[in-house]
Design a protein around this ligand. Sequence first.
Ligand code: LLP
Length: 461
Amino acid sequence: MRAHEAGALHGDIGNRGPAWLRTPVDVNALVPQLWPRHVARGPAGALTVAGLDVRDLAAEFGTAAYVLDEDDLRGRCREFRAAFPDADVYYAGKAFLCRAVVRMIAEEGLFLDVCTGGELATALSAGMPPERIGFHGNNKSVAELTRAVDAGVGRIIVDSFTEIDRLSELARERGVRPKVLVRVTVGVEAHTHEFIATAHEDQKFGFSLAGGAAATAAFRILDEDVLELRGLHSHIGSQIFDASGFEVSARRVLALQAQIRDARGVELPELDLGGGFGIAYTTQDDPASPHELAKRLRKIVDGECAAENLAVPHLSVEPGRAIVGPAVFTLYEVGTVKDVDGLRTYVSVDGGMSDNIRTALYDASYSATLANRASSTVPMLARVVGKHCESGDIVVKDEFLPADVQPGDLLAVPGTGAYCRSMASNYNHVPRPSVVAVRDGHARVIVRRETEDDLLALDVG
Ligand code: LLP
């Protein structure tokens, strides 16, 4: 029996796991809210996705791999559209972007939010209609702005006075009138990790509402009349479950809208409430459905507009994580299993912080399951770690896995569609994994695995 098998742990689990994990669960069961919709445990005990056995996927495409359930992603796009029928849904490409995903979201009727020249290039090269692209970012270079203006992107979300000047100069030169939104920092303390909260005052994004910069920016754009001010934008942070932050944000941003009307006689026609809608990474997370979210946001906006005597502006939202996050799991192969006596069992996989930095960076929680077979062995509390030279290289802090997990087994970690491949690195010269899209029993590589030759190709010294 391993040190942390459940039987050995009764009354002895100490502080080795969070309280909610202390009751061993059925390690073969898949909690539906954590998994892409077309993942199941097949008759042989291995996971299947859209009808394909993960053992076959691992054999054909190798591990580590991000496996995307394409119909799950498309379904989430459709749910957002249905929930916000008279709003524009911008997929936040920073969560995960590649040409195939651009095409998927475009086919499903979404718009796209990009925030760098690289994301813009990817979107354009995949044929995303430029008028359906919104361009974000707190430090857009002149080159990036030029490319966006020349491509005819639908709107640019301006984030600083420097950017307003740069863009205005460009607009004059080119004889065009780009559509812009002003990003407003509404001063909301969102209940999420500090690094992913974006609307408290002391941070780099947007124009402060409280300090008056947001109003000044809007007035300057209106008075100069070089850019077309379409509306205001607010994004309060990411992985948020509580609607109260959106409520405060909408109230404040609409109060500014009313102030602009009173001062300049203009009612801005659009309002973007940003993204940040939370998803389930563990059984402890209970996210709202897009439908519930839409209902809450709509009610908040309608109420505030009525209070300010404003016409309800055309809304947009920018979900990233909620669209791609739950549609992907990472498939790893177990390399070593190490019992550290009296402490913990470490299960090492062939990836780690280079393909998922979120655990190390945000103390994020994930779950995992044995993927190539079911097991009737007792569960053990394990920590899933990567292969990097760093003790903080943790993928899943605490998870019950069958005690017979062994080298050569496959592990699947769900909820890795957002901010995993897009934040992946080559730390320790580990090539980044491929992304494999699966649909109706067919699998295709949409982002190929990096090779050592790819790494060496950049090394020109
Ligand atoms: N709109 C704007 C202006 C944003 O800055 C973001 C995310 C989104 C929309 C999409 O947020 P989402 O719906 O995906 O939560 N790397 C962090 C998250 C950073 C989010 C940055 N901005 C993480 O892994 O949690």
